[in-house]
Design a protein around this ligand. Sequence first.
Ligand SMILES: [Zn+2]
Length: 318
Amino acid sequence: MDINGITDIARYLTDEEAAQNALAQLRWPNGVECPLCDGGKKVYEVKYTHIDSRTGEVKPTVRKQWKCGACRKKFSVTSRSIFEGAHIPVGKWIYAIFLMCSSKKGVSANQLSRELNVSYKSAWFMCHRVREAMLQEPLRGMLGGGKYSVVELDETFVGGKPKNNRHANRTSAAGKKTAVMTLLDRRGDVKTVVVPDTRMGTLQELAKPIVHPETTVMTDQHASYYGLHEHFTDHFTVNHNKEFVRGVIHTNFAESYHSLLKRGIVGAFHHVSEKHLSRYLAEFDRRWNTRKDRDGVRTTNVLRSAQGKRLRYKEVIA
Ligand SMILES: [Zn+2]
């Protein structure tokens, strides 16, 4: 499968068979295998028909099916993937993933619902499933590491009303906002995590397993970062009240990342509950960490990550 841009996506939207074949090719490059059991290399394509409720005609089922010679069960290209169980054509899934991969600030369920002509509920669920596929766990490695590596740590509060600014949020005025910490490797990846609070113990214990000890860390003067120099190569702090940037000592990248995140959440999602926030963060992290890829490449890789993951509706609304 090769997605170069919107023309390829448009083809899959209008030709569901082509979309399914493309996904099958991506999922099973060495021939179709049964996703339901381990021994399933011997599979047979089976043709099922259904009666069209409007015209009364007998038609082949839309989704191509196979039967496994080992476990005798039937499956389709969407079995055991984030697409399973949803009555949504594969072409629409590919379009949704492309949209979420190519838009910097993300896509709202409303927009997806309009563009794909599916219900708001379906669109909302599709967004969550795609985010599940975008979750990169575990990280490809620790952030930082090496002589000149720099990782910026910064915390912020998201959700709630957009008018509150970052510094005001640090006080009790934060209300129902959720605290997140961003760890951004200037030469590499970003990782954003939801934190229960912004106390020293919490932030530092979360940062240590994510950031390599041979790293220079940059933070603001938040007291919770005090003492980081004992664990890392070095620790510099920025005093936002006096100076914004002192040469290389700044947390500007982490702060820009936060504003991107907030603009996305405020603009496209209106309100994000704490429960779903980790998935939103995963979506933003994935886009950032693959920022050098073309949109089509990013889309193809997310389609690959969609295999073997399944998110039940119950788990999303629970
Ligand atoms: Zn099988």
